[in-house]
Design a protein around this ligand. Structure first.
Ligand code: ADP
Ligand code: MG
Length: 351
């Protein structure tokens, strides 16, 4: 039936708006872990430990040894759009921190229960506060604390029935969380990471701060990956194109896998770039006879003004100036490295 009158437009309640927006930032437990770990990294931590119960739906706990949070900031900590990282729009042009939207913690409080324990340098004790729907529930309580911040998120999506159901039916987010921590661990070699199921004595990711990226790849992804890697590097300061530097490791012709692993950091942000991934897969398929899918760790550094970090609420994607040029450049480096290594191998096999 078609109504005669147009339907009346109403203003949505803040709580509805906030919950809808939160569901976009925190899509699944692993998105909460990513935001929390990035906050720990932004806080200058050298150690980040994650514990997870029930794939993150029951509990996510991230502890760090970073600079902590000021007592006087605790009341607004989990309000939407409160941040210590950005003050004016132009700051986005040169932003180094991973956070800037001031939305992650707030979002978690709209779809879960958040408890924060933190201590800043020079204090004798820390503070603990819990939050719901952006609001601090009661005065922060003094408590014992060592260094840094611990954030606990409980009962994620308790108020989003459909989301909770689909996540319960889908395979465990724990695998995704382990994968995420593995990626952070091989990029941030000066930080030690661990990830375990809550209550388990053994951790599933355990990296120690090291000076060598190869060592961390070996620790995290295993010897079978590490021994089949080739170092790659490229840079370009030809002013006609964009300034860029790339370095990383790619698998050689002895590496065997059914699925591509691509760990990509652009200006130290963990991102995805399907165009680049596809471009590299094409080079592998064309260069190597037995077409195994590659393992790729790649870190790309570009002038900050060439990277738009604000294209997605989860910041999973970024958009780049001169993407085609960058892709071509990387393809040619990957191709020549692969050819060299494959020739060396064929030569070894013949002699
Ligand atoms: P953003 O990271 O975009 O600023 P968040 O909601 O993730 O927004 O965090 C809000 C603020 O809380 C941060 O700007 C930071 O000042 C503080 N904060 C969050 N997590 C930590 C942490 N682990 N250590 C120190 N400060 C933190
Ligand atoms: Mg953040």
């Amino acid at each position: 039936t078609i109504p005669k009158e147009p339907p009346k437009i109403q203003r949505l309640d803040d709580s509805v708006v906030n919950r809808i927006a939160a569901g976009e930032v925190i899509q699944r437990p692993v998105s909460a872990v990513k935001e929390l770990v990035e906050n720990s990294l932004d806080a200058g931590s050298t150690s980040v430990n994650v514990a997870v119960k029930d794939g993150g739906l029951k509990l996510i706990q991230v502890s760090d040894d970073g600079h902590g949070i000021r007592y006087e900031d605790l009341p607004i900590l989990c309000e939407r759009h409160t941040t210590s990282k950005l003050s004016k729009y132009e700051d986005l042009l040169s932003i180094k921190s991973m956070g800037f939207r001031g939305e992650a913690l707030a979002s978690m409080t709209y779809v879960g229960h958040v408890m924060v324990t933190t201590i800043t340098k020079g204090q004798l004790h820390g503070y603990r506060a819990s939050y719901r729907d952006g609001v601090m529930e009661n005065e922060p309580k003094a408590c014992a604390a060592v260094k840094g911040t611990q954030i606990m998120v409980e009962n994620l999506f308790y108020n989003m029935i459909a989301r909770r159901k689909t996540l319960q039916n889908s395979s465990d987010d724990y695998t995704k969380i382990v994968d995420l921590l593995s990626r952070f661990a091989i990029h941030h070699t000066n930080v030690s990471f661990s990830c375990r199921k809550h209550g388990a004595s053994r951790s599933d990711v355990h990296s120690i701060a090291t000076s060598s990226r190869m060592d961390s790849i070996r620790t995290v992804y295993g010897v079978s990956v590490a021994r089949n890697l080739i170092k790659i590097e490229a840079s370009d300061n030809d002013s006609s194109t964009s300034l860029f530097a790339m370095d990383g490791f790619i698998s050689n012709s002895n590496y065997v896998a059914k699925k591509t692993t691509m760990v990509l950091f652009i200006n130290d942000r963990l991102v995805e770039c399907s165009a680049l991934k596809r471009a590299i897969e094409i080079v592998y398929a064309a260069t190597l006879p037995k077409a195994s899918k590659p393992f790729i760790y790649m870190s790309i550094v570009l002038p900050p003004e060439h990277v738009d970090v604000n294209v997605h609420p989860t910041k999973r994607e970024v958009s780049l100036l001169n993407l085609e040029v960058i892709i071509e450049k990387i393809q040619s480096v990957v191709e020549s490295k692969l050819r060299d290594s494959d020739e060396a191998r064929t030569f070894q096999e013949q002699t």
